[in-house]
Design a protein around this ligand. Structure first.
Ligand SMILES: Nc1ncnc2c1ncn2[C@@H]1O[C@H](COP(=O)(O)OP(=O)(O)OP(=O)(O)O)[C@@H](O)[C@H]1O
Ligand SMILES: [Mg+2]
Length: 274
């Protein structure tokens, strides 16, 4: 018994030492490349995120001068981690999709049916890279159409770098935690963004809720990896779900428009039921 405990401890210590060594090497290499590491992150977070492939991508982005400071982790989500960073003194957000622990099955249902990604191989890594590229291209399309979203700068494999939505090093709160000075105005802007997204960018966000909207001087939509083109077979149900989520959130905060009315106005259809 005792012996087993010791063996277990020994393995744990060995594993922790290995992680330490690996991350030490990683810090050293980044520092040699001129990157400043701000805030040593939780070892576990860094070990989950920075596998060999991710490190290679990060080195490549550093080499191309896309980042000069790697800061602390802002968020650990279901599929991705977001880190604070800087490029020549300007804050950036670094979103890294985890290769080992991403939810592969959910992801593939959004890629299948999107003609832009029909050639993507079904291997997990390939899918995650395609997902990252998809988020980049969705944000770029949305922004070009005039929707309030972060500006995407560059992507490499599973890493996406975009403009930082926040004050100083603090990200703006998700709208669910924000003090809204004028809820009716925020609501109107979000409904207008859904409309522009559908009619100009020809996209449906497909995961819109109070979790994926940051509130600064106004609402900003984020997290567009799962967003689909209008011709995706599930685009309309996704759109209806987005509208319902927004209405549910604003129902007690300001006057809301009927969800079917919004849906019909956005799509130009004339459905009677949600
Ligand atoms: N451009 C940005 N600027 C500042 N903070 C950001 C930015 N993008 C994301 N964040 C922060 O990270 C959090 C999570 O971001 P996001 O919703 O894109 O990822 P996620 O929900 O973890 O993704 P997934 O659910 O796909 O794993 C946001 O709520 C916000 O706090
Ligand atoms: Mg999110």
């Amino acid at each position: 018994m005792n012996c087993r405990i010791n063996e277990y401890r020994w393995h744990r210590v060995k594993r922790e030492t290995n992680i330490d060594k690996r991350l030490e090497r990683f810090d050293q290499k980044l520092e040699e490349m001129g990157v400043r590491i701000k805030d040593a992150n939780d070892l576990k977070v860094r070990d989950d995120v920075f596998d060999e492939i991710t490190l290679l991508s990060l080195y490549k982005l550093v080499h191309k001068k896309w980042l000069s400071v790697l800061g602390g982790s802002i968020s650990t989500g279901k599929e991705a981690n977001v880190f604070y960073g800087e490029r020549d003194g300007v804050p950036i957000a670094i979103k890294i999709y985890r290769i080992r622990t991403a939810n592969f099955t959910t992801m593939s249902s959004y890629i299948v049916g999107d003609r832009r990604f029909s050639h993507v191989k079904k291997a997990k890594k390939e899918l995650i890279f395609a997902w990252t590229r998809k988020e980049f291209s969705n944000l770029a399309r949305a922004r070009e159409a005039g929707v309030a979203v972060p500006e995407p700068f560059v992507w490499d494999r599973n890493i996406l770098i975009m403009s930082f939505m926040g004050d100083g090093e603090t990200p703006w709160p998700q709208i669910r935690n924000a003090d809204l000075p004028d809820p009716a105005d925020a609501y109107a802007r979000i409904i207008r963004d859904i409309d522009i997204l559908y009619n100009k960018a020809e996209l449906v966000h497909a995961d819109l809720s109070e979790f994926n909207i940051l509130y600064g001087d106004q609402p900003y939509l984020i997290d567009m990896g799962q967003s689909v083109t209008r011709d995706h077979p599930r685009a309309l149900p996704f759109l209806m779900r987005d509208i319902k989520n927004i209405n549910r959130f604003f129902k007690n905060r300001c006057e809301t428009q009927d969800e079917v009315e919004i849906f019909n106005a956005v799509t130009g259809l004339n459905v009677a039921e949600p």
